[in-house]
Design a protein around this ligand. Sequence first.
Ligand code: GRG
Length: 300
Amino acid sequence: MPAKPSFDLKKYTRNHIRNVDSALANYLPSARTKPTTIHQAMRYSLFAGGKRVRPILTLAAAETCGGTSEDAMPLACAMECIHTYSLIHDDLPSMDNDDFRRGQPTNHKVFGDGIAILAGDALLTQAIEISTHAKGEPRYSHADLIREITGAAGSLKLIAGQVADLEATGGKNPTLSQLRYIHKRKTSALLVCSVRLGGMSANCTANQLKALTSFGNHVGLAFQVIDDILDVTKTSKQLGKTAGKDQSTSKATYPAIVGLKKSMEIADQLTDKSFAALKPFKGKAKALEAMARYLLKREN
Ligand code: GRG
């Protein structure tokens, strides 16, 4: 892994999180807009304190390709809406049945299952609406952007991963390759899409898009391996969600299959590969590199 560069990631993420939050607040109907319950529920989860990893990756990828965070912002916000929808639905009793998320009671615990389902649906729909605010660039039309998003969120990627995850839960002992199938879709797909959209908003070249895709694939897998590790090494308070859940529901995870030490080695290797993928940017991908390093070392 390269030596720690002089990049102020804290300052960088603080600025971008503030801008993402303010853009999201403007894109969403206000909490007073009727029917108020649904808009309150959408905002409740969206502003519950997520790390904003996906939108920051979109903005960083755009800047890496010579674009601006302003042009990438609608796509960054769309990704956060889709991610939040997936968390709300994942927490439902019929899915992972969780009481806490982002340090707060889950959406259905506050608003009930019906409204939580609808809040997820509305955030997914809102994401598509928000993405239409992105300006189509010469190389990537609006149709390309929408296809990118719906591809990542649809039944071949995010939903495929969730289906495989549901079917592998409860002591089914999946193999490492089945686990990789789940992680690539359930976790990586949205992360890959986030960085690709950033590049597309900056009218990136085909080679740049290829490099971003490779970066996203490696970071995405590393992200989930770390998530699996954190589930067994951190407390619920540290995570802002129920710790030890994977073990108690006999979920397929890296630590369960290869052990903690080997899982950490795999996350390290994947992060190294993500750095290697950034080589074509010749030092202009400092923010992406810093994000990958942070995601490897994160504590929640
Ligand atoms: C319901 C279609 C559907 C999909 C659900 C999101 C999801 C798929 C499952 C949740 C559990 C899980 C381990 C998902 C993998 C992705 C992941 C680690 C999500 C958490 O992302 P963070 O850490 O969360 O970026 P914050 O709250 O910081 O945004």
